[in-house]
Design a protein around this ligand. Structure first.
Ligand code: NAD
Ligand code: KPL
Length: 305
């Protein structure tokens, strides 16, 4: 089985992973959207990773999805709403027993991807690292964090897991990855939409702690109903800690809206509300939050789903 890391989506997180793996001497290939993006990448001659005052260039080979050999290991680094269609286009190239690592925030996109590739192993990731694109093919590593990877269907870590440590990618194999993803989803639901609606940094929510705490109570009820009692423990306290620790930051959803980019709301608050409805749970605050957010996004001409 080939040990090449194919990276689907050379955006912020995909480039961060690709550069670190390439720096450690691992075989890496980027898969770009189309010939136009490939030509642009080739003109740049590679990816640049910026860390504090230091930048390093990596001439990582790249291809489009319709051209190239079989894929054994695929890091899916698209946004949640792009992941399943992007993987579907690559499905004919996936080798028997291929392994996919899904970096998407939120929940729902992982199952959409798995439906496209029923014979592949899908490994879910939850990342607190931060990166953003300064310009095309140039990515800044903005926030040190951690990565948890796990497979809800198979507790055994994959044999390539140590590649991550060798590449300096902080990571741990997690046997309860769904709990981690649900917990992060709940944090994002309690913070991100309110920063858009109140047009503020995370710290601005300190002036709306009543609203935050009412949401946390409903989110905790939802987590318990979804069979995730551990993810519900002391949720309100952690949300307040995160608001304080990231007071000067703008949430990822706020930044998407500010830059007129599509948000991942469908896989965050949307997933929470759909799960509540599936369980016959009426969560008035959460549903009202979703309605206000939908109206806000629509007023800006942005997709609300
Ligand atoms: P991004 O928009 O910077 O990158 C996504 C890339 O995927 C883009 O370059 C896009 O062109 C590419 N893409 C989309 N469809 C494609 C296709 N069919 N073929 C090839 N490429 C395709 O997004 P990001 O910020 O790296 O986020 C990726 C995921 O990681 C999101 O779910 C996000 O929530 C999560 N995440 C990001 C960060 C971060 O700091 N950026 C941190 C934690 C989690
Ligand atoms: O993950 C976040 C985000 O902005 O997406 C934090 C900072 C935790 C706020 O929910």
């Amino acid at each position: 089985m080939s040990s090449t890391w194919h990276i689907l989506g050379a955006g912020s997180l995909g480039s961060l992973w690709a550069c670190r793996l390439a720096r450690a001497g691992k075989a890496v290939r980027l898969i770009l959207r189309d010939q136009r993006r490939l030509a642009s990448y080739q003109a740049a001659g590679g990816l640049t990773l910026v860390e504090q005052d230091h930048s390093a260039h990596f001439a990582i080979p790249a291809e489009t999805d319709d051209f190239g050999g079989p894929i054994h290991r695929l890091l899916v680094a698209c946004k949640a709403y792009d992941a399943a269609p992007a993987v579907a286009r690559l499905a004919p190239r996936l080798a028997e027993g291929a392994e996919l690592i899904l970096l998407q925030n939120g929940l729902g996109s992982q199952d959409e991807v798995a439906e496209q590739v029923p014979h592949a192993r899908c490994i879910f990731a939850s990342s607190t690292e931060g990166a953003f694109r300064e310009e095309d093919w140039r990515v800044r590593f903005a926030g040190h964090g951690f990565n948890w990877l796990g497979d809800p269907l198979n507790p055994a870590a994959p044999e390539w897991f140590d590649d991550l440590h060798q590449a300096g990618i902080p990571a741990e194999w997690s046997v309860d990855i769904l709990t981690r993803l649900w917990r992060k989803l709940a944090l994002n639901c309690a913070i991100n939409p309110l920063t858009v609606l109140h047009d503020c940094q995370n710290g601005g929510l300190l002036g709306h702690l009543g609203e935050v705490s009412a949401l946390c109570e409903e989110l905790a009820e939802l987590l318990r109903r979804c069979g995730q009692p551990k993810a519900a423990e002391e949720l309100g306290e952690e949300v307040e800690r995160v608001i304080l620790a990231t007071a000067a930051n703008y949430s990822s959803m706020y930044q998407d809206v500010r830059n007129a980019r599509r948000t991942e709301v469908h896989y965050l608050l949307g997933h929470a509300c759909r799960s509540a409805a599936r369980h016959g749970l009426h969560l008035a605050q959460l549903e009202h939050l979703r309605q206000r957010l939908v109206e806000n996004l629509q007023a800006r001409g942005l997709p609300s789903d």
